[in-house]
Design a protein around this ligand. Structure first.
Ligand code: GLP
Length: 239
C-alpha cells in the first residue's frame, strides 16, 4: 500500500485522475472500476477536462460501477447511474458503462450477472474507491467476514446517516444496496483509494495502521499488491 498525503483534496483528486489517464494511455481498452459519492467528483471533472482538450479518449474503455441503491432507477437523481451520467458519462465517450440495476426483479441474479460481466470483460484494470466513515468500500459494511462477490447489502445506520445529505429526508435513503464485494474489489489489478476531510481520519487510521479486520473492510487493501491511497491533510491527520 502506497500512501500519498497532499496539501489539498484538489491535488489528491488530480493525482487520481492522472492515474486513470495513465491507465487508459497504456491500455486504451482498459476496464475501469468507478465509484460515486463526493470524493470522486473532482477526479471526474479533471478526466472530462482532459477528454475535452483531446488528451484522453475513452472510446475503447469500459466501466463498471461499484454499487447502486436498491429501488432507485436510472432516472432517480439520488441514484448512482444518474450521478455517473451527470458527473462523467454524459461528457466523455466511454465505449460501454455498467452500473448494477437496483430495480432488477431478482437482485441475487443481478448480482451474479454483474460478476459474470466483469469476468467476461477481462476483470477490472483500475478501481477507484472512496472510503465510508465506517471503513466501508463500495457498500461493504463492517462485518465479521469479508464478502466475496457482488451482493445485496443492508446499509448500516452510520451509512444511512452519512448519505442522508443527498436525499430530502432520512426516510428516503434506501436501506439496501447492491455492491461489488470486497473480494471483487481486491481482484482489480490496481486500486486507487481517495479520502478527504476530518470525518475520514479515523477510518483512514484504522485502514492503514490497524489489523486486517472485516469490521474495517478497507483494511484488506493492505494485502493488495498494487494499492495507492491518496489523502488530504485532514484525512491523514491521525496517522
Ligand atoms: C457511499 C458509497 C461509497 C463511497 C462512500 C463515501 O457509501 N457507496 O462507494 O466511497 O459513500 O462517500 P463520500 O465520497 O461522499 O464521502
Amino acid at each position: 500500500m502506497i500512501v500519498h498525503v497532499f496539501d489539498s483534496a484538489k491535488s489528491a483528486s488530480q493525482a487520481a485522475a492522472a492515474m486513470f489517464a495513465a491507465a487508459i494511455l497504456k491500455k486504451p481498452d482498459a476496464v475501469l472500476g468507478l465509484a460515486t459519492g463526493s470524493t470522486p467528483i473532482e477526479t471526474y471533472r479533471q478526466l472530462v477536462k482532459w477528454h475535452k482538450e483531446g488528451m484522453l479518449d475513452f472510446s475503447r474503455s469500459t466501466s463498471f460501477n461499484l454499487d447502486e441503491y436498491v429501488g432507485l432507477g436510472a432516472d432517480h437523481p439520488c441514484g448512482y447511474r444518474y450521478f455517473m451520467q451527470e458527473n462523467l458519462f454524459d461528457h466523455i465517450n466511454m465505449r460501454e458503462t455498467f452500473v448494477p440495476n437496483g430495480l432488477a426483479p431478482n437482485l441475487k441474479a443481478e448480482a451474479k450477472r454483474y460478476d459474470r460481466m466483469i469476468e467476461k470483460a477481462g476483470g477490472i484494470d483500475i478501481q477507484f474507491l472512496g472510503l465510508g466513515n465506517n471503513g466501508h468500500i463500495g457498500f461493504n459494511e463492517p462485518s465479521d467476514r469479508f464478502h466475496y462477490g457482488t451482493q445485496v447489502v443492508e446499509l448500516t445506520r452510520s451509512t444511512i446517516e452519512a448519505n442522508r445529505r443527498f436525499f430530502e429526508s432520512e426516510d428516503q435513503v434506501p436501506r439496501q444496496a447492491i455492491s461489488l464485494g470486497t473480494g471483487g474489489i481486491m481482484n482489480a489489478r490496481q486500486i486507487v483509494l481517495a479520502a478527504f476531510g476530518k470525518g475520514k481520519a479515523q477510518a483512514v487510521k484504522k485502514m492503514i495502521k490497524g489489523d486486517v479486520d472485516p469490521q474495517v473492510q478497507a483494511s484488506i487493501l493492505k494485502l493488495h499488491p498494487n494499492a495507492v491511497i491518496l489523502l488530504d491533510q485532514e484525512a491523514a491527520s491521525l496517522l
